[in-house]
Design a protein around this ligand. Sequence first.
Ligand code: UDP
Length: 340
Amino acid sequence: MKILILGVNGFIGHHLTQRILDETDWSVFGMDLSDDRLGKNLQNPRFHFIEGDIAINREWIEYHIKKCDVVLPLVAIATPKLYVEDPISVYNLDFEMNLNVIKQCVKYHKRVAFPSTSEVYGACPDPEFKEDESTLVVGPIRKERWIYSCCKQLLDRVIYAYGTRGHLEFTLFRPFNWIGPRLDSLYAAKEGSSRVVTQFIAELFMKRPITLVDGGSQKRCFTYVDDGIGALLRILANEGDVCKNQIINIGNPENECSVRELADLLKKLFINHPDHRADETYSEIIEVPAQTYYGEGYQDIYARKPNIEKARLLLGWSPKVGLEDSLRMTLYSFLEENEP
Ligand code: UDP
Protein backbone atom coordinates (compact mmCIF):
# COMPACT_ATOMS: atom_id res chain seq x y z
CA MET A 1 0.00 0.00 0.00
CA LYS A 2 1.20 3.52 -0.76
CA ILE A 3 0.37 6.14 1.87
CA LEU A 4 0.55 9.89 1.28
CA ILE A 5 1.15 11.89 4.48
CA LEU A 6 0.98 15.68 4.25
CA GLY A 7 2.55 17.10 7.41
CA VAL A 8 4.74 14.02 7.80
CA ASN A 9 7.16 15.77 10.19
CA GLY A 10 4.40 16.72 12.62
CA PHE A 11 3.68 15.01 15.93
CA ILE A 12 1.32 12.39 14.52
CA GLY A 13 2.99 12.23 11.09
CA HIS A 14 6.47 11.31 12.24
CA HIS A 15 5.31 8.74 14.81
CA LEU A 16 3.02 7.15 12.24
CA THR A 17 5.77 7.02 9.62
CA GLN A 18 8.12 5.28 12.06
CA ARG A 19 5.52 2.62 12.88
CA ILE A 20 4.51 2.06 9.25
CA LEU A 21 8.14 1.53 8.26
CA ASP A 22 8.82 -0.72 11.28
CA GLU A 23 5.69 -2.85 11.19
CA THR A 24 4.37 -3.03 7.62
CA ASP A 25 5.61 -3.34 4.05
CA TRP A 26 3.83 -0.13 3.00
CA SER A 27 5.56 2.86 1.39
CA VAL A 28 5.19 6.40 2.65
CA PHE A 29 5.29 9.52 0.51
CA GLY A 30 5.57 12.54 2.77
CA MET A 31 5.74 16.31 2.56
CA ASP A 32 6.52 18.84 5.25
CA LEU A 33 8.20 22.20 5.76
CA SER A 34 11.08 20.52 7.60
CA ASP A 35 12.41 17.08 8.48
CA ASP A 36 13.95 17.41 11.95
CA ARG A 37 11.76 14.71 13.55
CA LEU A 38 12.21 12.13 10.81
CA GLY A 39 15.74 10.99 11.73
CA LYS A 40 16.93 7.71 10.27
CA ASN A 41 13.67 7.13 8.44
CA LEU A 42 14.86 9.59 5.81
CA GLN A 43 17.28 6.86 4.65
CA ASN A 44 14.62 4.15 4.42
CA PRO A 45 14.01 3.15 0.77
CA ARG A 46 10.26 2.86 1.48
CA PHE A 47 10.11 6.48 2.63
CA HIS A 48 10.01 9.27 0.06
CA PHE A 49 10.27 12.74 1.59
CA ILE A 50 10.00 16.12 -0.05
CA GLU A 51 10.46 19.43 1.70
CA GLY A 52 7.48 21.56 0.71
CA ASP A 53 4.47 23.65 1.59
CA ILE A 54 0.89 22.53 0.90
CA ALA A 55 0.03 26.08 -0.14
CA ILE A 56 2.75 26.07 -2.81
CA ASN A 57 3.66 22.56 -3.98
CA ARG A 58 0.22 21.78 -5.37
CA GLU A 59 1.39 19.84 -8.41
CA TRP A 60 3.46 17.47 -6.29
CA ILE A 61 0.43 16.92 -4.08
CA GLU A 62 -1.97 16.28 -6.94
CA TYR A 63 0.46 13.87 -8.60
CA HIS A 64 0.90 11.93 -5.35
CA ILE A 65 -2.81 11.81 -4.55
CA LYS A 66 -3.18 10.17 -7.95
CA LYS A 67 -0.34 7.77 -7.24
CA CYS A 68 -1.15 6.69 -3.64
CA ASP A 69 -3.83 4.44 -2.16
CA VAL A 70 -4.63 6.37 1.03
CA VAL A 71 -4.20 10.06 1.84
CA LEU A 72 -3.61 11.49 5.32
CA PRO A 73 -3.80 15.29 5.29
CA LEU A 74 -2.22 16.05 8.69
CA VAL A 75 -1.22 19.68 8.06
CA ALA A 76 -2.96 21.91 10.60
CA ILE A 77 -2.52 24.42 13.38
CA ALA A 78 -3.71 22.56 16.49
CA THR A 79 -2.68 24.67 19.49
CA PRO A 80 -5.33 26.72 21.33
CA LYS A 81 -3.05 29.73 21.85
CA LEU A 82 -2.88 30.14 18.07
CA TYR A 83 -6.65 29.78 17.59
CA VAL A 84 -6.98 32.99 19.57
CA GLU A 85 -3.91 34.82 18.24
CA ASP A 86 -4.19 34.01 14.55
CA PRO A 87 -7.65 32.70 13.64
CA ILE A 88 -7.31 33.63 9.95
CA SER A 89 -4.24 31.41 9.53
CA VAL A 90 -6.12 28.61 11.29
CA TYR A 91 -8.96 29.02 8.79
CA ASN A 92 -6.67 29.24 5.73
CA LEU A 93 -4.57 26.25 6.62
CA ASP A 94 -6.92 24.00 8.54
CA PHE A 95 -9.94 24.60 6.33
CA GLU A 96 -9.11 25.93 2.86
CA MET A 97 -5.90 24.06 2.22
CA ASN A 98 -7.36 20.81 3.48
CA LEU A 99 -10.55 21.26 1.48
CA ASN A 100 -8.42 21.40 -1.69
CA VAL A 101 -6.84 18.09 -0.74
CA ILE A 102 -10.23 16.52 -0.03
CA LYS A 103 -11.56 17.68 -3.41
CA GLN A 104 -8.63 16.00 -5.13
CA CYS A 105 -9.27 12.79 -3.21
CA VAL A 106 -12.81 12.95 -4.59
CA LYS A 107 -11.51 13.63 -8.11
CA TYR A 108 -9.11 10.67 -8.08
CA HIS A 109 -11.32 8.32 -5.98
CA LYS A 110 -8.79 7.97 -3.18
CA ARG A 111 -9.47 6.85 0.36
CA VAL A 112 -8.81 9.54 2.97
CA ALA A 113 -8.06 9.11 6.67
CA PHE A 114 -8.77 12.59 7.96
CA PRO A 115 -7.86 13.99 11.36
CA SER A 116 -10.98 15.45 12.84
CA THR A 117 -10.51 16.44 16.48
CA SER A 118 -11.93 15.99 19.95
CA GLU A 119 -12.29 19.79 19.85
CA VAL A 120 -15.36 19.45 17.59
CA TYR A 121 -17.40 18.29 20.60
CA GLY A 122 -16.55 21.66 22.18
CA ALA A 123 -18.49 22.29 25.37
CA CYS A 124 -20.77 19.28 24.89
CA PRO A 125 -22.30 18.38 28.29
CA ASP A 126 -22.23 14.58 27.75
CA PRO A 127 -20.10 12.71 30.31
CA GLU A 128 -18.54 10.80 27.39
CA PHE A 129 -18.49 12.03 23.81
CA LYS A 130 -19.99 9.68 21.21
CA GLU A 131 -19.13 10.04 17.55
CA ASP A 132 -22.62 9.56 16.13
CA GLU A 133 -24.74 10.95 18.94
CA SER A 134 -23.13 13.80 20.87
CA THR A 135 -24.14 17.38 20.14
CA LEU A 136 -21.34 19.68 19.03
CA VAL A 137 -21.37 22.85 21.16
CA VAL A 138 -19.38 26.04 20.56
CA GLY A 139 -19.41 29.57 21.97
CA PRO A 140 -20.19 32.98 20.46
CA ILE A 141 -18.21 34.37 17.50
CA ARG A 142 -16.27 36.82 19.69
CA LYS A 143 -14.81 33.80 21.43
CA GLU A 144 -12.38 33.12 18.60
CA ARG A 145 -11.05 29.93 20.12
CA TRP A 146 -13.87 28.09 18.41
CA ILE A 147 -12.64 28.78 14.89
CA TYR A 148 -10.60 25.58 14.94
CA SER A 149 -13.55 23.52 16.13
CA CYS A 150 -15.81 25.05 13.46
CA CYS A 151 -13.29 24.59 10.62
CA LYS A 152 -12.86 20.96 11.53
CA GLN A 153 -16.58 20.43 12.00
CA LEU A 154 -17.40 21.86 8.59
CA LEU A 155 -14.73 19.72 6.95
CA ASP A 156 -16.13 16.67 8.77
CA ARG A 157 -19.54 17.52 7.33
CA VAL A 158 -18.21 18.07 3.79
CA ILE A 159 -16.26 14.80 3.89
CA TYR A 160 -19.28 12.98 5.31
CA ALA A 161 -21.53 14.36 2.58
CA TYR A 162 -19.12 13.30 -0.18
CA GLY A 163 -18.93 9.89 1.49
CA THR A 164 -22.65 9.28 1.87
CA ARG A 165 -23.21 10.28 -1.77
CA GLY A 166 -20.65 7.74 -2.90
CA HIS A 167 -17.98 10.23 -4.04
CA LEU A 168 -15.37 9.53 -1.36
CA GLU A 169 -14.26 6.74 0.94
CA PHE A 170 -13.25 8.21 4.28
CA THR A 171 -12.48 7.58 7.91
CA LEU A 172 -12.56 10.54 10.29
CA PHE A 173 -10.50 9.97 13.42
CA ARG A 174 -10.69 12.16 16.53
CA PRO A 175 -7.59 12.24 18.71
CA PHE A 176 -8.12 13.10 22.39
CA ASN A 177 -5.06 14.90 23.79
CA TRP A 178 -2.37 12.60 22.42
CA ILE A 179 0.96 13.07 24.15
CA GLY A 180 4.43 11.61 23.77
CA PRO A 181 7.96 12.34 22.62
CA ARG A 182 8.36 15.43 20.42
CA LEU A 183 4.80 16.69 20.97
CA ASP A 184 5.88 20.34 20.82
CA SER A 185 9.30 21.96 20.77
CA LEU A 186 11.01 23.83 23.58
CA TYR A 187 10.89 26.83 21.26
CA ALA A 188 7.06 26.72 21.10
CA ALA A 189 6.91 26.38 24.87
CA LYS A 190 9.20 29.42 25.33
CA GLU A 191 6.64 31.39 23.37
CA GLY A 192 3.90 29.97 25.62
CA SER A 193 2.19 28.42 22.60
CA SER A 194 2.52 24.70 23.15
CA ARG A 195 -0.03 22.21 24.42
CA VAL A 196 -0.42 21.83 28.15
CA VAL A 197 1.81 18.80 28.77
CA THR A 198 4.82 20.19 26.89
CA GLN A 199 4.16 23.63 28.33
CA PHE A 200 4.35 22.30 31.90
CA ILE A 201 7.40 20.13 31.20
CA ALA A 202 9.18 23.08 29.61
CA GLU A 203 8.34 25.34 32.58
CA LEU A 204 9.81 22.73 34.95
CA PHE A 205 12.90 22.49 32.74
CA MET A 206 13.31 26.31 32.57
CA LYS A 207 12.43 26.80 36.28
CA ARG A 208 9.55 29.10 35.37
CA PRO A 209 6.17 28.99 37.17
CA ILE A 210 3.59 26.46 36.01
CA THR A 211 0.39 28.36 35.29
CA LEU A 212 -2.99 26.78 35.98
CA VAL A 213 -5.49 28.55 33.77
CA ASP A 214 -8.55 29.48 35.86
CA GLY A 215 -7.43 27.24 38.73
CA GLY A 216 -6.84 24.03 36.76
CA SER A 217 -10.03 22.11 37.55
CA GLN A 218 -10.71 21.48 33.84
CA LYS A 219 -10.12 17.86 32.80
CA ARG A 220 -8.59 16.07 29.85
CA CYS A 221 -7.96 12.43 28.98
CA PHE A 222 -4.35 12.05 27.89
CA THR A 223 -3.60 9.35 25.35
CA TYR A 224 -0.12 7.98 24.79
CA VAL A 225 0.92 8.41 21.18
CA ASP A 226 1.91 4.74 20.70
CA ASP A 227 -1.64 3.75 21.60
CA GLY A 228 -3.09 6.34 19.24
CA ILE A 229 -0.84 5.30 16.37
CA GLY A 230 -1.87 1.66 16.97
CA ALA A 231 -5.47 2.63 16.25
CA LEU A 232 -4.44 4.65 13.23
CA LEU A 233 -2.55 1.71 11.73
CA ARG A 234 -5.70 -0.39 12.00
CA ILE A 235 -7.69 2.37 10.30
CA LEU A 236 -5.18 2.42 7.45
CA ALA A 237 -5.20 -1.38 7.13
CA ASN A 238 -9.02 -1.20 7.14
CA GLU A 239 -9.45 -4.96 7.20
CA GLY A 240 -12.88 -6.05 5.99
CA ASP A 241 -13.64 -2.42 5.14
CA VAL A 242 -14.72 -1.87 8.77
CA CYS A 243 -13.70 1.79 8.86
CA LYS A 244 -15.39 2.79 5.63
CA ASN A 245 -17.21 6.11 6.15
CA GLN A 246 -16.90 5.93 9.94
CA ILE A 247 -16.01 8.53 12.55
CA ILE A 248 -13.83 7.09 15.32
CA ASN A 249 -12.70 8.59 18.65
CA ILE A 250 -9.13 7.67 19.58
CA GLY A 251 -8.52 8.42 23.22
CA ASN A 252 -7.99 6.94 26.66
CA PRO A 253 -10.95 7.58 29.01
CA GLU A 254 -9.04 5.89 31.86
CA ASN A 255 -6.38 8.60 31.78
CA GLU A 256 -8.65 11.44 32.80
CA CYS A 257 -7.11 14.03 35.10
CA SER A 258 -7.50 17.71 35.93
CA VAL A 259 -4.92 20.24 34.82
CA ARG A 260 -3.97 20.74 38.48
CA GLU A 261 -3.42 16.99 38.96
CA LEU A 262 -1.38 17.04 35.76
CA ALA A 263 0.86 19.81 37.12
CA ASP A 264 1.37 17.96 40.43
CA LEU A 265 2.15 14.68 38.70
CA LEU A 266 4.62 16.20 36.26
CA LYS A 267 6.35 18.10 39.05
CA LYS A 268 6.69 14.89 41.08
CA LEU A 269 8.11 13.02 38.07
CA PHE A 270 10.53 15.86 37.36
CA ILE A 271 11.77 16.03 40.96
CA ASN A 272 12.33 12.25 40.93
CA HIS A 273 14.27 12.32 37.66
CA PRO A 274 17.91 11.30 38.33
CA ASP A 275 19.30 14.50 36.77
CA HIS A 276 16.99 16.78 38.75
CA ARG A 277 16.73 15.21 42.22
CA ALA A 278 19.38 17.58 43.54
CA ASP A 279 18.16 20.80 41.87
CA GLU A 280 18.12 23.76 44.25
CA THR A 281 14.70 25.02 43.22
CA TYR A 282 11.65 23.79 41.34
CA SER A 283 8.87 25.61 39.52
CA GLU A 284 6.05 26.82 41.70
CA ILE A 285 2.47 26.15 40.62
CA ILE A 286 0.38 29.32 40.29
CA GLU A 287 -3.12 30.22 39.08
CA VAL A 288 -3.74 32.61 36.18
CA PRO A 289 -7.06 33.88 34.77
CA ALA A 290 -7.77 32.58 31.25
CA GLN A 291 -8.13 36.13 29.91
CA THR A 292 -4.61 36.97 31.08
CA TYR A 293 -3.07 33.78 29.71
CA TYR A 294 -4.88 33.51 26.39
CA GLY A 295 -6.71 36.82 25.88
CA GLU A 296 -10.37 37.78 25.46
CA GLY A 297 -11.06 35.36 22.62
CA TYR A 298 -10.56 32.27 24.78
CA GLN A 299 -13.12 30.00 26.33
CA ASP A 300 -12.19 26.74 28.01
CA ILE A 301 -13.57 23.24 27.73
CA TYR A 302 -14.18 21.84 31.22
CA ALA A 303 -14.28 18.15 30.45
CA ARG A 304 -13.45 16.08 27.39
CA LYS A 305 -13.82 12.34 27.69
CA PRO A 306 -14.13 9.97 24.74
CA ASN A 307 -16.45 7.04 24.46
CA ILE A 308 -14.28 4.46 22.66
CA GLU A 309 -16.76 1.66 22.05
CA LYS A 310 -16.60 2.21 18.29
CA ALA A 311 -12.82 1.89 18.24
CA ARG A 312 -13.06 -1.28 20.35
CA LEU A 313 -15.73 -2.77 18.15
CA LEU A 314 -14.52 -1.77 14.68
CA LEU A 315 -10.78 -1.92 15.24
CA GLY A 316 -10.47 -4.42 18.09
CA TRP A 317 -8.36 -1.73 19.75
CA SER A 318 -8.07 -0.39 23.24
CA PRO A 319 -5.42 1.87 24.79
CA LYS A 320 -2.85 0.29 27.10
CA VAL A 321 -0.55 2.98 28.50
CA GLY A 322 -1.62 4.54 31.80
CA LEU A 323 -1.38 8.20 32.70
CA GLU A 324 1.77 8.16 34.81
CA ASP A 325 3.72 6.06 32.31
CA SER A 326 2.56 8.29 29.44
CA LEU A 327 3.72 11.39 31.27
CA ARG A 328 7.01 9.82 32.38
CA MET A 329 7.94 8.78 28.83
CA THR A 330 6.98 12.19 27.47
CA LEU A 331 8.95 14.00 30.17
CA TYR A 332 12.07 11.81 29.90
CA SER A 333 12.22 12.13 26.15
CA PHE A 334 11.86 15.93 26.39
CA LEU A 335 14.69 16.11 28.92
CA GLU A 336 16.91 13.81 26.84
CA GLU A 337 16.47 16.01 23.80
CA ASN A 338 16.93 19.35 25.52
CA GLU A 339 19.48 18.68 28.26
CA PRO A 340 22.90 20.08 27.22
N1 UDP B 1 -3.61 25.11 30.27
C1 UDP B 1 -3.14 25.56 31.50
N2 UDP B 1 -1.87 26.12 31.54
C2 UDP B 1 -1.07 26.21 30.45
C3 UDP B 1 -1.55 25.73 29.21
C4 UDP B 1 -2.83 25.18 29.16
O1 UDP B 1 -3.82 25.49 32.52
O2 UDP B 1 0.07 26.70 30.57
C5 UDP B 1 -4.96 24.48 30.21
C6 UDP B 1 -5.89 25.03 29.13
O3 UDP B 1 -6.63 26.13 29.60
C7 UDP B 1 -6.78 23.82 28.86
C8 UDP B 1 -5.90 22.62 29.15
O4 UDP B 1 -4.78 23.11 29.87
O5 UDP B 1 -7.87 23.80 29.75
C9 UDP B 1 -5.43 21.89 27.91
O6 UDP B 1 -4.83 22.80 27.02
P1 UDP B 1 -4.12 22.38 25.67
O7 UDP B 1 -3.37 23.56 25.17
O8 UDP B 1 -3.29 21.14 25.83
O9 UDP B 1 -5.28 22.07 24.61
P2 UDP B 1 -6.81 21.56 24.65
O10 UDP B 1 -6.84 20.27 25.40
O11 UDP B 1 -7.64 22.62 25.32
O12 UDP B 1 -7.16 21.42 23.22
